[in-house]
Ligand binder design. Structure first.
Ligand code: GDP
Length: 193
């Protein structure tokens, strides 16, 4: 898909703020600093989609981006911060829960992980959480350029085993540096929208 339009529709904290219009949605999850902005920018062929930052201490929101009037990317705040307070964690949980359980137009979640390392405990918890809500999940294993080609199959196997990936879920080995996996990621999106 060639993208000309990608714009923030709303930063929402509660369901009454979610956009209307019925466009299909794809949630984007990932630990902070994992490479989510780079993934989005690479897909949209943009230098910098102005992502609203969701750092600890700031109000953490679900950010809905309209892509070509075809679908919405829903940028989910990064998980796995060591530093967040209990109340912040609870607010995050409540916001996610409301979104995941009630949003009919949500078609799939793309979860971005770091291909260099074994998925973390937080990655596993997030995957399980998404599956609990019966969502199709696409794992985007990014920073693949940092792993030599001959080691990639082993890393991919470790990702699948550590997450206990369900057969219906997909993995895309990705690099924002080389654009490896970009077409495959788009194909994965097209199949849900
Ligand atoms: P975010 O916090 O998840 O949005 O992460 P960013 O997209 O800002 O990326 C975090 C850091 O990882 C930055 O220094 C990026 O340049 C780097 N990075 C992201 N994707 C890749 C990739 O595919 N390959 C390499 N080598 N570095 C990447």
């Amino acid at each position: 898909m060639k993208v000309h339009k990608s714009e923030l529709v709303i930063s929402a904290v509660s369901p009454k703020q979610y956009p209307e219009g019925g466009l299909p949605e794809i949630a984007l999850a990932g630990r902070s600093n994992v490479g989510k902005s780079s993934f989005i920018n690479s897909l949209l062929a943009r230098k910098n989609l102005a992502r609203t930052s969701s750092k600890p201490g700031k109000t953490r929101t679900l950010n809905f981006y309209n892509i070509e009037d075809r679908f919405l990317f829903v940028d989910v705040p990064g998980y796995g911060y060591a530093k967040v307070s209990k109340s912040e964690r609870a607010a995050w949980g409540e916001m996610m829960e409301e979104y995941l359980k009630s949003r009919d137009v949500l078609k799939a979640a793309f979860m971005i992980i770091d291909f260099r390392h074994e998925p973390t405990k937080d990655d596993i918890a997030m995957y399980d959480y998404l599956k609990f809500h019966e969502l199709p999940v696409v794992i985007i294993a990014t920073k693949a350029d940092k792993i030599t080609k001959n080691k990639r199959p082993r890393h991919l196997k470790r990702v699948k085993e550590t997450l206990k990936l369900k057969p219906e879920d997909q993995t895309v080995v990705f690099s924002a540096e080389t654009a490896q996996g970009k077409d495959e990621a788009w194909r994965a999106i097209e199949q849900f929208i």
